[in-house]
Design a protein around this ligand. Structure first.
Ligand SMILES: [Zn+2]
Length: 394
């Protein structure tokens, strides 16, 4: 029978942080340092890298070196006798909002004693005024924390500065720069300082911002010269509010692209897109101007808004986005061996040069998909029936 753990040391507080880290290496370094401060030998018990396959995602799981069970080796002797099944566990994964790697303390408890911990260690290696200024100077130039640390160590070798202090001081500086402004007020200030043209819309009488749309004056000039093709698309995971960033991109006659404008919207409904597109028309030097072609990724709400605001524009769908969606659906519905064949047949349908060829190729695809009605119905209902005349490559 196993003995119940007698000793319990809680190190939760030491490892809890809202900090976001740029790379896995920075996470590991931070955790190991906090571990050293608290006399915990932190080890990586598992790490995984996203491969696109199901169940694989970027993560690192940390444990205590006393975690895990006693292992019996082939020779029957006990190895790693220090192990006592310590439950300590920390998980680090990239934050969903794209702000970097975050840290979750799954269990901060240890079922064993820790060596005498340094009391009041927080004052060790506190940054001096000079060092703080140096961190501020480098942070202003967007130097990553790990290089700030190296620079500090070069400059002030007598001080034992650690990466945790660099992170801490950086967050202090960021708060100081923002001052009493909220994050959204600060965004407005930055947009304004940089000379952007911008509009925003608030919720009725409240202070809550619903949408912001902004464009650079140079973009406005280009837009009025090259109002032929516009590409509209949303990027996700750009901010902690999980709001999609809607981007409008233009194309010059030499096929170079340029950013026209950006918008944050409270939700992606036709009404929200209409507001943004209306603002876009205010950038046109002449009232009746209208882009000839607008490329989108089949966001129905956006397509509806384009019909309303730009009834004379031709709305085409980007084949790249379509193929990505169809490919994902194919993986869901179709057995492995057949996926490639069906994907090829689908491509042939997409690239058919006339109606006859299209009919023949669609028939082939349908035959290959006899057992996969879910997939073929999706392809037909979502793409082919309503939109096949809008497909455009690549
Ligand atoms: Zn432990």
């Amino acid at each position: 029978m196993e003995n119940l753990p007698q000793i319990c040391v809680d190190t939760t507080d030491a490892f809890i942080t809202t900090e976001r880290f740029g790379t896995q290496e920075e996470v590991i370094r931070w955790i190991k340092e906090v571990g050293i401060d608290n006399k915990v030998t932190v080890i990586i018990s598992r790490s995984d890298t996203e491969t696109g396959k199901r169940g694989r995602s970027n993560k690192i799981i940390f444990g205590c070196d006393k975690g895990g069970k006693h292992k019996i080796t082939d020779s029957g002797t006990q190895s790693a006798s220090k192990k006592c099944g310590c439950p300590f566990k920390i998980r680090s994964t990239p934050a969903k909002d794209g702000s970097g790697w975050k840290i979750d303390v799954k269990c901060g408890l240890h079922n064993h004693g820790l060596p005498d911990r340094l009391e009041g260690h927080s004052f060790i290696g506190t940054l001096t005024t000079d060092e703080k200024q140096h961190v501020a100077d480098l942070a202003k130039r967007h130097v990553p924390p790990k290089y700030i640390l190296l620079s500090l160590q070069d400059r002030y070798p007598e001080n034992v500065t650690r990466i945790t202090q660099v992170y801490k001081h950086k967050s202090v500086i960021q708060k100081e720069i923002r001052g009493p402004r909220s994050e959204i007020q600060h965004l407005f200030k930055l947009i304004d300082d940089a000379g952007y043209v911008y509009w925003s819309r608030k919720k009725d009488d409240s202070k809550v911002v619903r949408e912001i749309f902004w464009a650079h004056p140079d973009s406005v000039k280009l837009l009025n010269i090259f109002l032929i093709v516009l590409v509209m698309d949303s990027t996700y995971k750009t901010n902690k509010y999980r709001q999609p960033l809607f981007e409008i991109v233009g194309m010059t006659s030499t096929e170079l692209t340029f950013a026209v404008g950006f918008a944050y919207m409270e939700s992606e409904q036709t009404e929200n897109f209409c507001w943004v597109l209306e603002k876009l028309t205010e950038l046109f030097v002449k009232k009746d101007m209208c882009p000839q072609v607008i490329l989108t990724d089949r966001d129905l709400a956006l397509m509806k808004a384009i019909e309303i605001v730009f009834p004379r524009s031709i709305n085409l769908l980007c084949r790249f986005h379509i193929n990505k969606n169809v490919g994902a659906k194919c993986k869901q519905h179709v057995v492995n061996d057949l996926q490639k064949t069906i994907d090829t047949l689908w491509m042939e349908v997409v690239w058919a040069s006339d109606e006859v060829e299209y009919g023949q190729r669609l028939h082939q695809l349908e035959q290959a998909c006899v057992d996969y009605s879910g997939f073929i119905n999706y392809v037909k209902d979502t793409w082919l029936t309503p939109h096949r005349h809008r497909f455009v490559g690549p």
